[in-house]
Ligand binder design. Structure first.
Ligand code: FE2
Length: 374
């Protein structure tokens, strides 16, 4: 069953106040080309760069932005470095989920005092645009959280990065902000990581789904959504559940080489325009059978968007007692069947599309079968 946790504001002091997602850093095999894909297909603009030309000899990083979304693509310039080892094991994937805070020292102190494992102690960097303090702790797999305190910094990204010229490659698609980021963890590990977010980071259980909600003829998974005190940051955690065939979560774990970020949901105010644009620019989405749309109006009632348009683009709709939401999922954006994206538009609903799970997972399984992994 699905449950909504109480949403009343906690009277307890939030020991880890978060201002939102600062950036997401990916370790990739070729950062220049990865950044190009996100600029040309997702419509993000190249904002900043660091590498040998800026005095960083071991790696290059490209920062791309759209709305409040900021992605950083980093590659190792030499074999055998921690970045190169990460890429060799996982393929291209998310290394850092960075969260903006007012006090990075306090964020690191409070989380490590509660059992969080330190990856980097608070450190200050500085250039002519100001100073920034960062600190990092470990989360699932090889993924880390970095706390970023910007101290009024007014440079392009972080000290050591140079600002880039206005981007002539970027073709904006209307993406606004990160809605949620989902982690896949191993068998029976979901509750361990739910406890980590509750105890170490002060998050609360927001919604949960069991294998009765998320199962098809072939496979199943379980999911719990954790949210921080102000609800700006939401991290659903998935684990595989027993089914007749291999779960999509197991496929991910096999190909990623362990736990990691499964999908990033990006919000838009106009999903029809955003998805049309992205499709034209080469982003591939999961296809949904005609039968999904024949009884859509009966299921979700009156909506603003024409059903024929939703069907043409493959957009899913779900309603709860607060409103409705529209969502669509890309195919994996890399050769390994690991990371994919969700594009989401919320019209009142705070849900994650429970009514679409069956149609969605059947679409994923059709692709899994084509890869010979079901
Ligand atoms: Fe999602």
């Amino acid at each position: 069953m699905v449950s909504f946790a109480a949403t009343s504001v906690s009277t307890k002091q939030d020991f880890l106040p978060l201002k939102g997602t600062d950036h997401v850093e990916f370790y990739v095999g070729n950062a220049r080309q990865a950044a190009y894909f996100y600029r040309a297909a997702f419509g993000m603009s190249l904002a900043a760069y660091s590498g040998p030309e800026t005095g960083r000899r071991d790696r290059t990083s490209y920062v791309v932005e759209q709305g409040k979304i900021r992605f950083v693509f980093t590659t190792s310039l030499r074999p055998g470095t921690p970045i190169a080892v990460h890429v060799a094991r996982h393929g291209d994937g998310v290394r850092v989920i960075a969260l903006e805070v007012d006090d990075a020292h306090a964020a690191w102190r409070e989380t490590t005092a509660r059992g969080g494992i330190s990856v980097a102690e608070p450190a200050e960097t500085e250039d002519e645009h100001g100073r920034v303090i960062t600190a990092s702790i470990a989360t699932y797999g090889d993924t880390i959280h970095t706390f970023v305190e910007r101290c009024g910094y007014n440079g392009a990204f972080l000290p050591g990065f140079r600002a880039e010229q206005p981007d002539t490659v970027a073709r904006p698609t209307g993406l606004k902000h990160v809605d949620h980021m989902v982690g896949n963890v191993g068998w029976h590990a979901m509750n361990k990581w739910v406890d980590f977010y509750a105890k170490v980071m002060g998050f609360q259980l927001y919604q949960h789904f069991d294998d009765n909600d998320i199962s098809t003829e072939y496979s199943a998974l379980m999911s719990k959504v954790m949210a921080n005190g102000n609800g700006f940051v939401k991290f659903p955690i998935n684990e595989p559940a027993e089914g007749a065939r291999k779960s999509q979560i197991e496929e991910y774990l096999d190909f990623y080489g362990g736990p990691g970020v499964q999908h990033i949901a990006l919000a838009t105010d106009d999903i029809l325009a955003t998805v049309s644009r992205m499709q034209k620019q080469g982003v591939e989405f999961l296809t949904i059978p005609h039968s999904y749309y024949t009884d859509l109006s009966k299921r979700v009632g009156q909506i603003d968007e024409p059903v024929e348009e939703l069907e043409r683009l493959g957009i899913l709709v779900d309603r709860d007692d607060e409103g409705y939401m529209l969502q669509i999922f890309t195919r994996p954006v890399e050769d390994r069947p690991t990371l994919f994206y969700e594009i989401i538009q919320r019209k009142g609903s705070r849900s994650f599309g429970k009514g679409n799970f069956k149609a969605l997972f059947e679409a994923i399984e059709r692709e899994q079968a084509l890869r010979g992994n079901l």
